[in-house]
Design a protein around this ligand. Structure first.
Ligand SMILES: Cc1ncc(C[n+]2csc(CCOP(=O)(O)OP(=O)(O)O)c2C)c(N)n1
Ligand code: SF4
Ligand SMILES: [Mg+2]
Length: 308
């Protein structure tokens, strides 16, 4: 539960939330943009700096608390969820933000992650998914795609990866979102929704590691494909996408499918700006989460295909 009384009194800027530490991530690393998105949204929380705690595990991403001018805890590998849970239980008035990498969260920390989800602890969990161990120089993680050649899989991995969304929802998390590092404005919007959510809010950010998994999200974030590969899910809004906003996602029986204006009986309907979109596109209903949303995390992009 957040402390509402303080909200009126505090007027901070994003600069207030930047620490004096030199940011040591590689130039071009996706972590920079996520840091910016968090620093952008924190003034809006209306909380004193000392009422916010950023907790992390170990990894490149987990250097995050150093760069935030709040209370912070750079804990131990895989145990950020345990530390964040302890902080929140000790003082429920604190706004707790947990920063974790795909290795930190789903390998050594997998057990703590699923139990934090199951317990529905009121923390904001941001999972930086670069599908690799960045800090230790490029070993595969449980989120690395099958067949990827890494330092520890010179002939390619032979395991299927976790999908963190499926893992979170399967473990009873009550909020799950996925964003991309190249769109910090949208990330800030997600973090705001995460803050407002009472219970655990898991946000997976597809983050590029320039050094060890460069381009791993390119089929979703690339300039030429991103309009066709990303759907913005906003409560009460139709699930539409595409450069011309002429594609949508609808429910056919128990299956999600892509529809396009002019195909399979899909007619144009006008939105409030007069733009046409498929009349039969479904509407995003965050209130029915997670009952009707189990299908969403499974599709990492609107083509409804699993990644290789
Ligand atoms: C108990 C323990 N085991 C192993 C390590 C070595 N280690 C440090 S960071 C890391 C993986 C980090 O990967 P990830 O969580 O994906 O973060 P990234 O660096 O990619 O942001 C490992 C294995 C450690 N520090 N402590
Ligand atoms: S090694 Fe990768 S994840 Fe780590 S700071 Fe460099 S680019 Fe970022
Ligand atoms: Mg990683």
């Amino acid at each position: 539960m957040e402390n509402q009384n303080i909200e009126q009194e505090v007027m901070l800027t994003k600069e207030d939330f930047a620490s004096d530490q030199v940011v040591k991530w590689c130039p071009g690393c996706g972590d920079h943009a996520i840091l910016k998105a968090v620093q952008d949204i924190f003034p809006k929380l209306g909380k004193k700096k000392e009422d916010i705690v950023v907790v992390s595990g170990i990894g490149c991403s987990s250097r995050f608390p150093y760069y935030m001018n709040t209370y912070g805890f750079h804990s131990i590998h895989g145990r950020a969820a345990a530390a964040a849970t302890g902080v929140k239980l000790a003082n429920p008035n604190l706004s707790v933000w947990m920063i974790t990498g795909d290795g930190d969260c789903t390998a050594i920390g997998g057990n703590h992650f699923i139990h934090a989800c199951r317990r529905n602890i009121d923390i904001n969990l941001i999972l930086f998914n670069n599908r690799i161990y960045g800090m230790t120089k490029g070993q595969f993680s449980p989120c690395t795609f099958r067949g990827t050649k890494t330092k520890t899989s010179p002939q390619g991995t032979y395991e299927d990866p976790f999908n963190p969304g499926e893992l979170a929802i399967g473990a009873k998390a009550t909020f799950f979102a996925r964003g991309v590092d190249i769109n910090p404005k949208e990330l800030s919007e997600i973090f705001w929704e995460s803050y407002k959510h009472d219970g655990i809010a898991v946000t997976e950010v597809l983050q590029n590691c320039m050094i060890f998994s460069n381009g791993v999200h390119e089929n979703i974030t690339g300039k030429d494909v991103r309009d066709d590969m990303q759907v913005k899910c906003v409560h009460g809004q139709p699930l539409i996408f595409g450069k011309n906003r002429d594609k949508g996602i609808r429910l056919n029986g128990n299956q999600l499918e892509v529809v396009k204006i002019g195909e399979n009986g899909s007619r144009p309907r006008q939105d409030h700006r007069g733009h046409g979109y498929p009349h039969d596109a479904g509407t995003h209903d965050a209130a029915s989460f997670p009952r009707r949303h189990r299908r969403h995390p499974r599709r990492e992009s609107p083509d409804l295909q699993r990644q290789p």
